[in-house]
Design a binder for this molecule. Structure first.
Ligand SMILES: O=C(O)CCC(=O)C(=O)O
Length: 381
């Protein structure tokens, strides 16, 4: 087990060519252990076949250089510190600006959040009955997650009431949301793109996309237009769009324009405003990059990965189910997020492990320290 641990290249310890102050003295146990790790690594990577070959300084030097190069690559964000994404996937992501990864998330990654949402839907429906929006016979208690909110909404006097009252604020901070946003599979893939110092970016959303509720259709846009581009224009922000139920062309999945992330920040002068909604910014047709779009149908467990300049939209939900999804973004710690007033949380850090958020409570505390409540609104003085 130890052998496996230490033969993973990025986890090998720093190895000085000679232990400090070792001349003429017996070398220390950690140093001897470091040598052992180095030998094992070089043997595993077929650079030595016998221990005596290691004694030549060339191999020792090569090992140290290799380690330094790996660390530099990680620091530059070019290195794949994990095998979460293949080199081909990384190339495709950089070239097209998006990537669909099938079966990336285990059920266990989604279930805590889905469980919370099922409970919230149940509570909301009982409140609708209490407030005489809904007949007590129409609670659809046995309906599946994707259907229940839609069925109950249709049975309400005002079909928008449930959504408007309980689900229109799109940034719930909860244990389930924290668990999903810190799922190792997501962080490993992020690490492969931006290195191991990972901030869970302040821009994230839970989206219960209701049938035929047009204000939930998001026009063609680039995420950067929703940030402060002058601040965050140089920051690579990776967005995982995560369906909690199957997302299809019928229930309003995402569409992307491959390669559009290379066009720079486009004008966003459409503002689709509906009563009670702040409005969605969009790119006018005339300014859209040419090229075909791709309709990204994805199942629960799959993810759609995009970057901050990727032109994408979500199409209308013409089904009779709710298209539940989460979009969660990550950027490198220390780089501007474009939402400087709202903090995120440290999701992974090798340099500062003590700063990693341990639960959603740490995330809420970060907001409180910035004078914000858990919805990102200013706290009263
Ligand atoms: O989920 C949607 O409907 C829109 C999501 C979106 O535009 C995004 O993640 O940037």
């Amino acid at each position: 087990m130890l052998l496996t641990y230490f033969t993973r290249k990025q986890e090998l310890p720093e190895l000085p060519l000679k232990p400090p102050g070792s001349r003429g003295k017996r070398s220390s146990a950690p140093y001897r252990f470091g040598i052992y790790c180095a030998k094992t690594y070089l043997w595993k990577t077929n650079r030595i076949t016998t221990c005596s070959q290691f004694e030549s300084s060339r191999y020792q030097e090569e090992f140290v250089t290799d380690m330094a190069a790996t660390r530099q690559k990680e620091a530059d964000g070019n290195g794949s510190a994990s095998a979460a994404l293949t080199a081909q996937q990384i190339r495709k992501f950089k070239q097209d600006g998006y990537l669909i990864i099938r079966n990336m998330l285990p059920h266990a990654a989604l279930q805590p959040l889905i469980g919370e949402l099922e409970q919230k839907v149940d509570n909301a429906i009982h409140e609708a009955v209490r407030q005489r929006q809904l007949d007590a016979a129409d609670t659809f208690a046995a309906a599946p997650f994707a259907n229940r909110l839609a069925l109950a909404s249709d049975a309400c006097k005002d079909r928008r009431w449930l959504w408007q009252t309980f689900f229109s604020r799109g940034k719930p901070i909860s244990a389930g949301m924290f668990a999903l946003r810190t799922t190792p599979a997501l962080l490993d893939a992020t690490e492969a793109l931006i290195g191991p110092e990972i901030l869970a970016h302040p821009q994230f959303a839970l989206r219960p996309k209701m049938p035929d509720l047009d204000l939930l259709d998001i026009p063609w846009h680039q995420d950067l237009a929703y940030l402060i581009p002058a601040e965050a224009g140089e920051t690579l922000v990776v967005n995982f769009w995560i369906p909690l139920v199957a997302a299809t062309a019928q229930n309003g999945c995402m569409q992307v324009i491959p390669g559009s992330h290379l066009k720079g920040l486009l004008e966003h002068d459409i503002l689709i405003k509906t009563k009670g909604h702040r409005g969605s910014k969009g790119i006018p047709d005339a300014a859209l990059p040419t090229g075909d779009f791709v309709t990204c149908e994805v199942d629960a467990g799959d993810v759609l990965l995009t970057m901050e300049r990727m032109v994408h939209r979500s199409i209308p939900n013409r089904s009779n189910t709710v298209r539940w999804s989460v979009d969660t973004r990550y950027s490198r710690i220390g780089l501007p997020t474009g939402r400087s007033r709202v903090p995120g949380f440290v999701a992974r850090s090798r340099k500062h492990p003590a700063r990693i958020a341990r639960s959603h409570l740490d995330w809420i505390q970060n907001l409180a320290d910035a004078g914000l409540d858990r919805w990102g609104q200013a706290l009263p003085n």
